[in-house]
Design a binder for this molecule. Sequence first.
Ligand code: FPP
Length: 244
Amino acid sequence: MSAIPLPASGASAAGPRHVAIIMDGNGRWAKRRHLPRIAGHRKGVEAVKKVARAARDLGIDYLTLYAFSSENWRRPPDEVRDLMGLLRRFIQSDIEEFIREGVRLAIVGDYRALAPDLVAMIDDAMARTAANPGPTVVIALNYGAQAEIADAARRLAEQASAGTLDPATIDETLFERTLASGKLPPVDLLIRTSGEQRLSNFLLWQAAYAELLFVDALWPDFDGDALAAALGAFAQRQRRFGGL
Ligand code: FPP
């Protein structure tokens, strides 16, 4: 039996509490318009703002957005620089809107490896929005699920070898609490845009029972209506959590 209590099976009429999105297709959006890739990413930030606002209106508590994976460092340096520039601008100028709208900002991933001024801005933005009622918009930055899981395993192994942890007590609940993102609730609905059907190392633990939705829209074209349509598709799903 699972150590983590799972919800009862059934239709998903209540709506997802935690929606996670792999925002894919910025580059293709730009290419189709003969624009540089940065134009697609810029438009992608506009979509982030629209979708965050819609999440609040649709009663979603947690919206986790995959903005930069730990594998994205392999992109050309110019593109990495452009993405960091957009992130910097987003944190600087859009945070006031988040504060006004009651959104809480959180981060998953090793964001402390980013430029020190950006880290300071992110810490400040999280502190300034910490008391907001929500929803919580979680930005995944320099994030990779396998590294996060390996890190949790290493920390538990260290405690066990130091004699402060009995290995027999390691179960799903303890493991989950040890994950850096252990405070996030399970993902109910995971959306990937642009027609690709991969998880790309995103929230592998938390998405264990997520409903997966792959949509053809490119991320810059995704908006509040598209999110509402995704919630409609979710409502049609029968969730069984391993039961009948
Ligand atoms: C995937 O599209 C998108 C990314 C790797 C980055 C997502 C980033 C943003 C939406 C902007 C920054 C976000 C914030 C929160 C400020 P792709 O470039 O892989 O598209 P392609 O597969 O069509 O080339």
